[in-house]
Write a protein that binds this ligand. Structure first.
Ligand code: EZ4
Ligand code: CO
Length: 412
């Protein structure tokens, strides 16, 4: 089953997406997600200029061999651009293999280990009334687990809240829908850790009082604290029984989590900016986290992410795959198949894509009663409408960044 065609499709329906489409000599097609938010064209070049020439005439059935060839054969290791490109090839090859077998991908991965995947959505508001409304809206949409982000008094615009909202035609105001804002240069936001540390526990207290003890609540600290600040936050949030505290410290320093762990029993999740199993090796072995946040798109695809979660399983660490809108429907569906099959599934982040995106990527996954299911079509279950994709050319879009009051650049 030779690969005869490999196309890189860039489209920008509600935001930019990079998709790899492979075609075999028997006419089977496979899709892979290669979207790297804010750096999309770097992956396009990596694929078009360096990977596609190696794929033509290769046997599409040899998934592991192709992964090893692209990874080891490049000599240079890891990094988000490389790993997103390899992920796209890997996902597309699994899509082809499952279609050739006439099965949904999760069947090839061992079959379903559960009925569906518990999903969490992003509630947010600049103040408590707005946040409560947002939580209720999410509950009405069926979400049974909710991430909570709020404004902080004194800060004009911060990650994940209303000031980032844009009017989304058919969907009303969407909070944190597309943090990458289209335009020539990155937007600047402001940050103050002490104000944040004072404010966040009061928000969780109010949310628990309003919504009761059962609702699983999550929070994303987005890499902005030092280890001791993260320890303080974890400790101050213990009374509110979080499902997890995400990315409490910067990704480059795994040892920071030792210090955080010594001080708090709040469960920890990390890894959306990691891109390989090796980034997790120490923190899994030392049991410094509870959930791995990698997305299939940014961690070398199904083959590599599966190795990562199998390793994590030996330490009772579970999956919490990254699922913002910058993971395309292809990446989302691919990780749903993996999540359905593995034993140590934890939770799946799920922000819904807009109507334009859903018209470009036709999907067969479902979201009912708070549970996602990848569907039972052969393969991954997503089709790309190339003509529809062609209506939306790439638009420059950067993620925002933070400055402190004195002008210092800070982790966003
Ligand atoms: O900031 O996807 O947990 N989710 C997140 C996301 C990330 C964006 C970056 O591309 O942290 O909102
Ligand atoms: Co996050």
């Amino acid at each position: 089953m030779r690969i005869t065609k490999a196309e890189v499709v860039v489209t920008s329906p509600d935001r930019n997406f990079t998709t790899l489409k492979l075609t075999t000599e028997d006419g089977i097609t496979g899709l892979g997600d290669a979207t790297l938010n804010g750096r999309e064209l770097a992956v396009v070049s990596y694929l078009r200029d360096h990977v596609v020439p190696m794929l033509i005439d290769r046997d599409a059935a040899r998934i592991e061999d192709t992964w090893q060839l692209l990874y080891r054969g490049a000599y240079w290791r890891r990094g988000p651009v490389t790993m997103a490109a390899i992920a796209a090839v890997d996902i597309a090859l699994w899509d082809i293999k499952a279609k050739a077998a006439g099965m949904p991908l999760y069947q090839l991965l061992g079959g379903a280990s559960r009925e569906g995947l518990m999903a969490y959505g992003h509630a947010s508001g600049k103040d408590l009334p707005e946040l409560f409304d947002s939580i209720r809206e999410h509950q009405e949409q069926g979400y049974r687990s909710i991430r909570v982000q709020t404004g902080v008094p004194g800060l004009k615009s911060i990650y994940g809240i209303a000031s980032n909202a844009r009017l989304d035609g058919d969907q009303g105001v969407r909070y944190d829908h597309e943090p990458a804002q289209r335009g020539a240069l990155p937007a600047q936001e402001d940050w103050d850790t002490r104000s944040y540390l004072r404010h966040v526990p009061t928000v969780f207290e109010a949310v628990r009082n309003e919504f009761g003890p059962e609702l699983p609540l999550l929070h994303d600290a987005h890499h902005r604290m030092t280890p001791i600040q993260a320890a303080q936050l974890g400790k101050s949030l213990e009374p509110y029984d979080l499902f997890w505290l995400e990315d409490c410290t910067p990704a480059e320093n795994p040892e920071a989590l030792r210090l955080v762990r010594q001080h708090t029993t709040t469960p920890l999740a990390i890894g959306e900016v990691f891109n390989s199993l090796w980034d997790y090796q120490q923190i899994i072995r030392e049991q410094l986290i509870d959930y791995v946040r990698s997305a299939v798109t940014h961690t070398g695809g199904i083959s590599h992410l599966r190795k990562l979660v199998e390793y994590a399983a030996q330490y009772q660490i579970r999956s919490g795959f990254h699922g913002p809108t910058d993971i395309s429907p292809v990446g989302m569906a691919a990780q749903m198949h993996l999540g359905l099959a593995i034993h140590n599934f934890g939770i799946q982040e799920y922000m819904q894509h807009g109507a334009r995106t859903n018209a470009v990527f036709q999907q067969s996954f479902t979201f009912e009663d708070g549970l996602l299911h990848p569907g039972d079509q052969p393969g991954i279950g997503v089709d790309l409408d190339v003509d529809e994709a062609g209506k939306y050319p790439y638009e420059q879009a950067y993620l925002p960044y933070n400055r402190l009051a004195d002008g210092t650049v800070h982790d966003w």
